[in-house]
Design a protein around this ligand. Structure first.
Ligand code: ATP
Ligand code: LTN
Length: 331
């Protein structure tokens, strides 16, 4: 049987180069090898304060971004999480499997809770990884392509699947994370010790996929560098290492070719070439984003909803049977 992949991104703000290089780029590459499900996880987006109008708009924009980076709706299933109520239903069942202490240990929860005022930390924020586990387990997923920051959530997903299977009988496939060797943690342009993040207060710390050319040039120009002048991959110089990693991934040149290209050159050249390569990638991408019509989008999402619902329903049905959540004997 063809193996399945499932992944998703939150429709919060816009997509940055880290999201693309760490996750979306791999979704595109893997979609022909696997039966693929790519979800716009809007239920996750309401775990922190949000603007309802913006959320609807961002949900559609993120779908356009999935398509414009190269997700092919003819081969992959693209859908909105809240269109398939089974995600919330399975979350409830898994809430009765997960331990509160497991959730309190999640580093993303601790970081995000710190950023919210204490009285505004919702139960949804704590429960976020359980919803993510439900997303993945509903589709009997084999592989989950994500960036490094999601590793802990994937481990919890596996633990919950194993525990449920042990207590109620074999029901869920236990998924593996797919975390790329290069690109799983693109760093901030302002602070190479922090990951590039949507929620960083400093907008110059990240390149957004919808940034115009001048903005891209400006942001790379302002990017911090390390001491020393040589331009080569070196983990002890995180800023240059990060810029080179981006260049390597965007151009598709090997690490050796990248080092050759920059041998004897300075930081200004690196930043200029990086901006040029990024713009070359972004221009046609942004053009594709603009070309996707509302009708086309609606059709793709409706087809996605139908296909996803069918599979999600079948898994949930089994879960209900195993847990005794069936009033009638024939359900
Ligand atoms: P933030 O950028 O604010 O941390 P997020 O991780 O919550 O955002 P999502 O849109 O849900 O954002 O993430 C989509 C994907 O991008 C995930 O698979 C995540 O692991 C990946 N990702 C996020 N930041 C990076 C990064 N700096 N480098 C590589 N991958 C990343
Ligand atoms: N938490 C993830 C987004 C996400 C996800 C998923 C990723 C929600 N559900 C299922 C993979 C599989 C994040 O990147 N912030």
């Amino acid at each position: 049987m063809t193996k399945r992949i499932f992944s998703g991104a939150q429709p919060t703000g816009n997509v940055h180069l880290g999201n693309y290089l760490g996750a979306l780029k791999n979704w595109v590459a893997l979609q022909h090898e696997y039966e693929s499900f790519f979800c716009i996880v809007n239920l996750h987006a309401i775990t922190v304060t949000h603007d309802p109008k913006l959320l609807t708009e961002s949900t559609r924009n993120l779908t356009r971004i999935y398509l414009a980076v190269g997700i092919d709706p003819q081969v992959s299933t693209v859908f909105i999480q809240s269109d398939v109520p089974e995600h919330a239903e399975l979350t409830w069942v898994l809430n009765c499997v997960v331990r509160i202490s497991e959730l309190e240990r999640m580093t993303q929860y601790k970081d995000k809770a710190k950023k919210q005022q204490q009285e505004n930390v919702t139960a949804g924020l704590l429960d976020y990884p359980v919803l993510m586990a439900a997303d993945i387990l509903l589709y009997q997923t084999d592989l989950v392509p994500v960036g490094h920051d999601q590793k802990q959530h994937l481990e919890l997903t596996r633990d919950l699947a194993i525990r449920f299977n042990r207590d109620y009988g074999e029901t869920f496939r236990v998924p593996d994370a797919y975390i790329p060797k290069v690109g799983a943690k693109i760093m901030s342009l302002s602070n190479p010790l922090k990951k590039m993040s949507k929620s960083d207060d400093d907008a110059n710390s990240r390149i957004m996929l919808m940034d115009d050319s001048d903005t891209v040039v400006r942001k790379f120009k302002r990017a911090v560098t390390d001491s020393g002048t040589e331009i080569r991959f070196d983990e002890s110089r995180p800023a240059i290492n990060n810029l080179l990693e981006v260049y390597h991934l965007i151009t598709g040149k090997s690490a050796a070719e990248v080092e050759d290209h920059f041998a004897g050159k300075g930081y200004a050249q690196l930043k200029g070439d990086l901006a040029e390569a990024t713009i070359e990638f972004l221009k046609p991408f942004q053009q594709r984003v603009r070309e996707i019509s509302d009708d086309e989008l609606d059709q793709i999402l409706e087809r996605g909803r139908e296909k996803a619902s069918r599979i999600a329903r079948a898994t949930l049905q089994q879960v209900f049977e195993r847990t005794g959540l069936t009033g009638s004997l024939k359900r």
